[in-house]
Design a protein around this ligand. Structure first.
Ligand code: FDA
Length: 308
């Protein structure tokens, strides 16, 4: 019930300025975000890698319509990737990129700019021997993002994509992307979407997730199972066994700060577990989507405010 208003607030500049200045916000944000600067990201990456987990780093930011900001984001990824190379962390850590942070929404030149900027990030990743995954944003960007993925894969065949099980189109997208060498992260989907394009009922989303998972596990690509849902994690394991997949031929993924004990259990059972680790000052949209996913997070947030 609260999901829609929270997701609407995630794109409201007025609510943003209010939430960012509330005294208890920082402590709760820190549960989901490594910190504001690169050093924070490197420190937490090192901790996670030290416990056998892999990492995908996200330099926070999205929805920019400012060319200079898009370029600054690319520079930040460039520095991040060089640092991962210099510290030896590039063996275990890749990066996730939101195309709307690197220019996809620039009027008239969005798609071309996002492609050029993503190419720069892929070049930096190739230099240090790691990979890039393109995050998926709201449904108005799906075709553009998959188009840019196709272009990037000509030179960088290891670029990964994200597909969202709540979209009605996703089963077909899974079929299209289940080919050899294709890295696909399957998640439920975190944005507010209309009924015409997305399942609204949680049960329908879960059933779609299982159908998509089956296609990816039986396909020739590399499935990345991004969910904290215990039922879906068990089903993914079962489908991997049934498809004869060896450990290392697929991976589980979770968000930093969510179900850390389960992350450890998956590592201990011998499967690959990658943590999505965001850092940077532009945490507002990401943080609001985490609140929307779980009413308990919002209750915690409101309670913390009431005690201030
Ligand atoms: P569900 O929301 O049903 O949660 C299952 C259980 O997990 C909950 O009962 C709770 O225990 C725990 N949980 C889930 N969310 C929590 C939270 N915020 N706080 C505390 N506990 C929580 N989406 C998108 O649209 N585009 C993208 O590119 C990505 N990328 C991405 C990468 C990775 C690695 C992950 C794990 C997720 C994404 N997502 C995403 C987000 C995804 O679409 C989805 O919103 C969340 O993963 C929550 O869905 P679950 O599958 O965890 O199930």
């Amino acid at each position: 019930m609260l999901r829609s208003p929270i997701l609407a607030a995630a794109r409201s500049p007025r609510t943003r300025s209010l939430v960012e200045h509330l005294p208890p916000t920082r402590a709760i944000v820190d549960r989901f975000v490594a910190g504001d600067v690169l050093d924070d990201a490197v420190r937490v990456t090192r901790e996670l890698v030290g416990t056998g987990r892999k990492v995908t780093l996200d330099h926070l930011g999205e929805d920019t319509t400012d060319r200079a900001q898009a370029d600054a984001t690319v520079d930040a990824y460039d520095t991040l990737l060089d640092t991962l190379g210099e510290t030896g962390l590039a063996r275990d850590a890749e990066v996730s990129v939101k195309l709307s942070a690197v220019g996809q929404f620039l009027p008239g030149i969005g798609e071309r700019t996002a492609l050029e900027n993503a190419r720069r990030i892929c070049t930096a990743a190739a230099r240090v021997g790691t990979t890039v995954t393109l995050d998926m944003e709201d449904h108005t960007t799906t075709d553009s993002t998959l188009g840019i993925l196709r272009e990037l894969r000509v030179d960088f065949p290891w670029v990964g994509a994200v597909l969202q099980a709540y979209l009605r189109r996703t089963e077909q997208d899974c079929r299209d992307l289940a080919y050899e060498g294709s890295r696909v992260r399957l998640c439920k989907g975190a944005y507010q979407e209309p009924e015409s394009v997305a399942f609204q009922d949680k049960g329908d989303v879960d059933r779609s997730y299982v159908r998509c998972l089956r296609i990816l596990m039986e396909g020739k690509g590399y499935p990345m199972v991004a969910s904290h849902d215990p039922r879906l994690i068990a089903i993914a394991r079962h489908l991997a066994d049934r498809a004869g997949r060896a450990p290392g031929s697929f991976e589980f993924q979770m968000l930093y700060g969510i179900r850390p004990e389960e992350q450890t259990r998956i590592v201990e059972q011998g499967d690959l577990m990658r943590i999505y680790l965001p850092y940077g000052a532009e945490w507002y949209g990401y943080f609001m989507r985490r609140l929307a996913e779980r009413p308990a997070n919002l209750t915690f947030f409101l309670r913390a405010m009431a005690t201030k």
